[in-house]
Design a protein around this ligand. Structure first.
Ligand code: HEM
Length: 116
């Protein structure tokens, strides 16, 4: 949808910055919470939940993906990763925090499929 988004296939978080606000280019340009009269009533709460969880995960873990990984999207309804988005999470050593126990294998990282 180049009429709403500049270079739509490019990862460009700045498109949401106050000086661009491409998500406001059309009332249905950005619809993770739907639109119209049945738009999600939990939108602001849900946004805070996602930011809180991501903040904690980004603060405490380092995320890696396998070399050359290409995401595949399932656009049947809202877009979701078709393969569940496989990532490996490695605990970050935080000052003053109990360290991961290498004997339990946690220090080596844990593999997840984030979306399944
Ligand atoms: C990241 C979290 C969330 C996402 C992505 C999400 C997404 C959506 C979407 C796509 C719709 C359909 C809107 C439409 O038909 O146009 C919806 C509806 C709805 N959501 Fe959410 N939602 C989230 C969190 C929440 C939370 C936390 C609550 C309640 C505390 C909530 C309550 C509702 C309700 C009640 C509706 C139906 C609204 C209606 O039909 O009038 N949602 N949501």
């Amino acid at each position: 949808m180049p009429e709403c988004w500049t270079d739509p296939d490019t990862f460009d978080p700045d498109r949401f910055a106050p000086h661009r606000r491409e998500n406001h280019s059309h009332r249905f340009a950005w619809v993770p919470f739907g639109g119209g009269v049945h738009k999600c009533i939990g939108m602001h709460f849900g946004t805070l939940e996602v930011k809180t969880i991501l903040h904690e995960m980004l603060r405490t873990t380092r995320w890696t993906i396998s070399h050359g990984y290409q995401a595949r999207w399932d656009n049947t309804s809202l877009p979701v990763p078709a393969d569940g988005l496989p990532v490996r999470l490695h605990p970050v050593d935080l000052p003053g925090k109990h360290q991961a126990d290498p004997a339990k294998g946690l220090a080596a990282g844990v593999s997840y499929r984030l979306c399944k």
